[in-house]
Design a binder for this molecule. Structure first.
Ligand SMILES: [Ca+2]
Length: 549
């Protein structure tokens, strides 16, 4: 039997009033009535299964319901949106893989911890602090069966044979992987599919010891050289993760144990190496990247069909999103030839502070709750999942967990949602009023309503302007000292971030800069008890703070 904690029950005055006077009796009767109502409410609405699908490096413009000019169609994702709720202003916490994943699982910005910029590699130790709650551990505490199939990319404690990171004994289990962070089971890979080691990981160990080494591979496959297991083929990764998920759905449907499930499915696609299977190779007649995207789309269709077949779809909350924007390594000019803009008109790509770095497709599907065919322009962050789950379960989060997470359940229930299509009203309810973005270099931006302040003169990533151009963009080197130190954009008037209006709005810069500084120094950006802020003097990305006393 599923156990649900209803805070309504805990908050009754029942235990505080133990006397026998008439007032106490009334209190007890009221409490009993409240308890019965709470039990009835709990019984009437069993908690949903949750399937969180995180594509890797999928641009917002790569999904056809977000980009009418897309060079290919994504009919299954479009169907998910048509039967669910499409978010137009949803963001990953970072424009890179690792910090986005940390934030999604913990409900806390990754820069509050030790990773101030960049990503982990496949041999790195864990990033999530020991004993820090994750959305998975939280759901498991509340009766969920939990699983992660896919790209972990948050570090593991490998059994080492030497002092170098890659001195790993693959025959031994690793510690502090997904099982230590709330998942009952794990099957997947340690980091991106272009990062060694190339071994399958099952729960707490590799399925085989590497017996060979692969060399670096050029584009479009693009992977780094390293050891590879005898049972590992890169092109198998996407199909196997989907097969694992389908098997999991069948198991959960057959279990009939009353336990809801949480499946976190961080795909390794369409990130490099770009490896569509034979069935999809050449399908779009655009690029192999397009073929890979279409394969991912078809896989989402298979997952949805399976949930329907098992009778699970109605009370399953599916969220589909991407961990950051389109990766320039997937070739911007090749797509421009087909008039395909993977950032759908937004500026920049993966790595950048600009919207193309972190504004992502975000579709929620939950027939029992969500009105089909709706769209919301409300601001949401992937790290809002934690608080949303807590509200779904009608329970509270400890002050020391999910410090940046804000529930968007009201949006799923129809608040601020509106029919899809042209002419939709831009009026939105204030669920989340601000959010913080971070770039590959660890630079900061803060968004509030229509305003977005970049606390940096450049992109903070690989796009222009940058002093360190990426190899995939035809970017020239820029001396950022020649540019204004801050950038302010009015995203309502200028969603493509073409015109820096910092000069004309000093008061907005002051307000947003102070808000960001306070959110960093308080150790949280939500109401509640301030938490330790783990930064010292060696954090150059916060040098701007002195401008905002
Ligand atoms: Ca990514």
């Amino acid at each position: 039997m599923f156990e649900i904690k209803c805070h309504v029950i805990r908050e009754t005055p029942f235990e505080k009033n133990r006397g026998f006077g008439s007032r106490s009796h009334r209190v007890i009767l009221t409490a009993v009535a409240a308890l019965l109502m709470a039990v009835a409410a709990c019984a009437a609405t069993p908690p949903p299964n949750i399937v969180y699908i995180l594509a890797d490096d999928l641009g917002i413009g790569d999904v056809s319901c977000y980009n009418p000019k897309s060079a290919w169609q994504t009919p299954h994702l479009d169907r998910l949106a048509r039967d669910g709720l499409r978010f137009t202003d949803a963001h990953s916490a970072s424009s890179l893989c690792t910090p986005a994943r940390y934030a999604l699982l913990t409900g806390r910005y990754a820069w509050r911890g030790r990773l101030k910029q960049g990503v982990l590699q496949g041999y790195h130790p864990p990033l999530i602090e020991a004993r820090r709650p994750t959305v998975a551990s939280f759901l498991r505490e509340h009766g969920y069966t939990t699983a992660v199939f896919g790209k972990w990319h948050l570090g593991l404690d490998w059994t080492r044979t030497g002092t170098q990171l890659e001195n790993v004994d693959f025959a031994q289990p690793f510690a502090n992987g997904p099982l230590a962070y709330g998942f009952d089971r794990f099957f997947g890979i340690s980091a991106s599919l272009d990062m060694p080691p190339y071994v399958w990981l099952a729960n707490d160990r590799a399925t085989a010891v590497p017996t060979a080494t692969v060399a670096d591979s050029p584009v479009p496959k693009l992977w780094r050289g390293g050891p590879i297991g005898p049972d590992f083929k890169m092109e198998d990764v996407q199909p196997r993760l989907i097969e694992k998920s389908l098997t999991f759905f069948a198991e959960r449907a057959a279990a009939r144990d009353g336990k809801p499930f949480f499946l976190y499915l961080p795909l390794a696609a369409p990130h490099t190496p770009i490896l569509p299977t034979r069935e999809f190779d050449g399908k779009t007649k655009v690029t192999s990247y397009g073929d890979f995207v279409v394969q991912v789309d078809a896989d989402i269709g298979r997952l949805l069909t399976a949930l329907e077949k098992h009778g699970l779809a109605k009370n399953t909350l599916i969220i589909f999103t991407s961990d950051n924007g389109f990766a320039p390594a997937a070739n911007v000019p090749a797509h421009a030839k087909f008039n395909h803009d993977p950032s759908a008109g937004y500026r920049g790509y993966k790595s950048d502070l600009f919207e193309g770095g972190h504004r992502v497709p975000f579709i929620a599907h939950w027939p029992a709750t969500i009105k089909a065919g709706t769209t919301t322009h409300a601001l949401v962050e992937q790290l809002d999942l934690f608080a949303t789950c807590a509200e779904i379960l009608n329970t509270q989060i400890a002050a020391t967990a999910a410090e940046d997470s804000i529930s968007f359940l009201s949006l799923l229930r129809g608040g601020g949602a509106m029919p899809s299509g042209p002419g939709v009203s831009p009026v939105i309810p204030p669920v989340r009023t601000s959010l913080i973005s971070q770039s590959a270099e660890g630079r900061f931006a803060i968004r509030e309503g229509r305003w977005k302040l970049l606390l940096w003169a450049g992109s903070g990533g690989w796009s222009s302007p940058t002093p360190a151009p990426g190899q995939w963009l035809q970017t020239h080197r820029t001396d950022l000292a020649t540019l204004p130190p801050f950038q302010l954009y009015d995203l309502t008037a200028d969603p493509a971030e073409t015109t820096n209006v910092a000069n004309t709005h000093p008061e907005i810069i002051q307000r947003l800069g102070r808000l960001l500084r306070a959110d960093i120094e308080r150790g949280r950006s939500t109401p509640g008890t301030p938490q330790p802020a783990t930064f010292g003097t060696d954090w150059p990305q916060t040098a701007w703070m002195t401008n905002f006393p």
